[in-house]
Design a protein around this ligand. Structure first.
Ligand code: NAP
Length: 251
């Protein structure tokens, strides 16, 4: 791998969709920074697999809920790679199934802080490095939204759905703001995807249970979401910006 290979930072890259993005990006030639917050073993395993296949990667711990952590993470990427070409804003959380009249402030603040503000701060740091306005060479950002932004997730997690709708609008606005500065900004809206996120929200059987609601009658795989993200990062999507791509089995 040459020093000129493009670099990619994936937030929440140790597990689920993020891990699939890291692996696929490395096999496409990117040098990859794998962010995680708690599961260092999973992130290190992604790095090991990439290195075993001849690629380059490193794991970087940062809580996307913390601006200081985000700043330190981008500095670590600067130090290690010396350039940033792509960002996948993937880190995200759900919470327990609840009605809005049951949601307390702490829940809402965590939901917005990680899923919305964290995404915005990471995008800000990426733009500072990529924008031709700041002496950068351009780049691409993909935000991992959710089809929940369209569906609303009534009775389950309306807060999460609203956070992802904010990510969608942020994607459209930022795309237009930096379109002349060499940066494309797009979002992928996954439908129900087979990862551990459902167990983290107390519903380990959610993907299988809700499959009947999906026109294709099955959940997506992390790899299927990753392929869409990699396409949006790639030069094949050179005229695509501000797009919100549903990858949701028809739902
Ligand atoms: P997952 O399997 O639960 O993995 C989540 C990843 O995000 C983990 O790597 C985790 O790090 C990281 N993360 C969580 N909070 C973080 C924080 N505060 N700071 C840094 N990293 C953090 O989730 P997933 O299903 O792959 O979801 C990835 C993205 O897709 C999320 O934005 C999610 O909303 C979206 N999405 C998922 C689905 C689905 O059905 N799976 C559907 C639509 C959208 P650790 O490994 O260190 O814990």
């Amino acid at each position: 791998m040459t020093q000129q290979a493009k670099t990619l930072l994936v937030t929440g890259g140790g597990r689920g969709i993020g891990a699939a993005v890291c692996r696929l990006a490395a096999s496409s030639g990117y040098r990859v920074a794998v962010n995680y917050v708690a599961d260092s073993a999973a992130a290190n395993e992604v790095v090991r697999a990439i290195e075993a296949a001849g690629g380059e990667a490193f794991a970087v711990r940062a809580d996307i809920a913390s601006e200081n952590h985000i700043l330190a993470m981008f500095e670590a990427v600067d130090k290690r790679f010396g350039r940033l070409d792509a960002l996948v804003n993937n880190a995200g959380v759900v919470d327990r199934k609840a009605r809005v009249d049951q949601m307390d402030l702490a829940r809402l603040e965590r939901m917005m802080r990680i899923n919305v503000i964290g995404t915005m701060l990471c995008a800000r740091e990426a733009v500072k490095r990529m924008s031709t306005r700041h002496g950068g060479r351009g780049g691409a950002i993909v935000n991992i939204s959710s089809i929940a932004a369209v569906l609303g997730s009534a009775g389950e997690y309306v807060d999460y759905a609203a956070a992802k709708a904010a990510v969608d609008t942020f994607t459209i606005g930022l795309a237009r703001e930096v379109a002349e500065e060499g940066i494309r900004v797009n979002a992928v809206r996954p439908g129900i995807t087979d990862t551990e996120i459902h167990a983290s929200g107390g519903q380990p059987d959610r993907a299988a249970r809700l499959s009947t609601l999906i026109p294709m009658k099955r959940p997506g795989t992390a790899e299927e979401i990753a392929r869409a993200a990699l396409w949006l990062l790639s030069n094949d999507a050179s005229y695509t910006t501000g797009a919100l791509l549903n990858v949701s089995g028809g739902r």
